[in-house]
Design a protein around this ligand. Structure first.
Ligand code: HDL
Ligand code: ZN
Length: 420
């Protein structure tokens, strides 16, 4: 294929390549339809996404208390969000825009323009979930998504112990936060399965490793994952440091199972527990913990994303230092156009294409549509700028090479890293 011979043509090719490339979504909270009502989907779930619940309480009148809200039905909660966040105030937040993008991409632009929530609900009620999963994946343009599978959540664990079928478009990830950040809770759950764990000592370490290996066998996960607080340090002789050192890292190495760390969540317990899933906030975390983990464990692969915008530059520099470190995503409070743009530019400038531009973190199936529609638009624009810079510097590139690079930052480099 001949090289493109103008800035205009490389820009257009970059935007087109990102708009059309197949994406691998390496972190979500979706579930197989067979896992009872764990899979969330439809307009009521979209409107009661915890991002929008938080926004409701930034605007709702005082008489709408947290207690009253949580007692309502999902439909009543959705009505409140629609009325207070969408109708009474300009729905300008990224989470609001997401709901609108989903509705429009599903072909309900007229119903949306008329703000006809009843008609939109009727359309969703007519969908068959198995077909709808495929439809959403097709619109989003994904080859597969990786779930979050937490054996410390009894309802989730039951689906696997009862051998409920998975889904061909959904791969697994073994979620282990509680083992690191809430040992007493982890002990309670592991003991309920008959594991002889008590305090953080050698006998409990080996039992906890046995628990992890059992679930790794059961789930066949792509990676183990843990969301960690801003004060996570490594090495550290505290409960988190000891669990990491004596339980998680040995299992990761023994099973050659990568560890994904998502660092910087300020837990709802210390922020606002009344908001439920919406109660967590963000804190500047310790990038040196990542540096020490990568340096001291060259045989373990680490996938890392951090929650604070403040941590991003230091982490991206670290991405240049370790072959066993792969950076991914604009996570949660970073998954907004202004920050996705900044992070993606920084990553291209420091890492070339050796990173994964985003993950959806979708909790509601339908969100795969908006999270990726919005990301494709921003990343496509950034990639176009990079190719324009490259053209001006004198390099010439073909459309196939641009397609190759677009895939690389949206799943390709992740898969290459996992195979290394
Ligand atoms: O811990 C995580 O995986 C986070 O993504 C949380 O689930 C968070 O509530 C979320 O959904 N962020 O998008
Ligand atoms: Zn998540």
């Amino acid at each position: 294929m001949t090289a493109l011979n103008s800035i205009e043509s490389v820009r257009n090719a970059a935007v087109k390549a990102v708009a059309e490339t197949t994406i691998t979504d390496l972190h979500t909270h979706i579930f197989p339809p067979s896992h009872e009502n764990l899979l969330l989907w439809d307009i009521n779930e979209l409107l009661t996404y915890h991002y929008l619940v938080a926004e409701l309480f930034t605007m709702a009148p005082a008489e709408i208390t947290y207690q009253a809200f949580w007692k309502m039905s999902k439909t009543q909660q959705a009505d409140l969000v629609w009325e207070n966040v969408f109708l009474k105030h300009g729905p300008l937040s990224e989470a609001c825009r997401g709901v609108m993008t989903v509705i429009s991409k599903l072909g309900l632009q007229d119903e949306l323009a008329k703000r006809d929530l009843g008609a939109i609900r009727k359309w969703f009620a007519a969908q068959k979930v198995e077909d709808y999963v495929q439809k959403v994946f097709d619109i989003a343009g994904l080859d597969y998504a990786i779930m979050t599978n937490d054996p410390f959540v009894p309802l989730e664990a039951t689906q696997w112990t009862e051998d409920k079928p998975g889904h061909p478009l959904m791969k697994t990830a073994l979620r282990i936060d509680k083992l690191i950040v809430n040992w007493p809770h982890a002990v309670e759950i592991m003991r309920s399965y008959g594991y002889d764990v008590q305090v953080l000592d050698d006998s409990s370490y080996s039992e906890a490793r046995r628990f992890l290996k059992h679930w790794a066998e059961k789930l066949k996960p792509e990676y183990m994952a843990a969301s960690l607080p801003p004060d996570f340090e490594y090495p550290k002789d505290d409960a988190m440091g000891r669990a990491m050192q004596n339980i998680v890292l040995p299992v990761a190495e023994e099973l050659n199972l990568p560890l994904a760390m998502m660092i910087g969540v300020r837990n709802r317990a210390t922020v606002n527990p009344a908001l439920g899933d919406a109660g967590d906030a963000v804190g500047v975390a310790n990038v040196e913990a990542v540096q020490n983990l990568c340096r001291e464990n060259p045989n373990i692969k680490f996938l890392v994303t951090m929650l604070s915008r403040v941590n991003q530059h230091e982490l991206t520099v670290l991405g240049r230092k370790f072959r066993n470190l792969h950076l991914f995503g604009c996570w949660w409070y970073c998954n907004n156009p202004s920050i996705i743009d900044e992070m993606t530019r920084q990553r291209f400038e420091l890492l070339g294409t050796a990173f994964t531009a985003n993950h959806s973190d979708a909790r509601v199936l339908d969100q795969l549509i908006y999270k990726w529609t919005h990301t494709r638009k921003i990343v496509g624009g950034v990639l176009a700028d990079k190719y324009a810079d490259q053209f001006i510097a004198g390099w010439r590139v073909t459309e196939d090479e641009i397609k190759r690079d677009a895939r690389h930052i949206l799943g390709g480099s992740f898969e290459a890293f996992m195979k290394k």
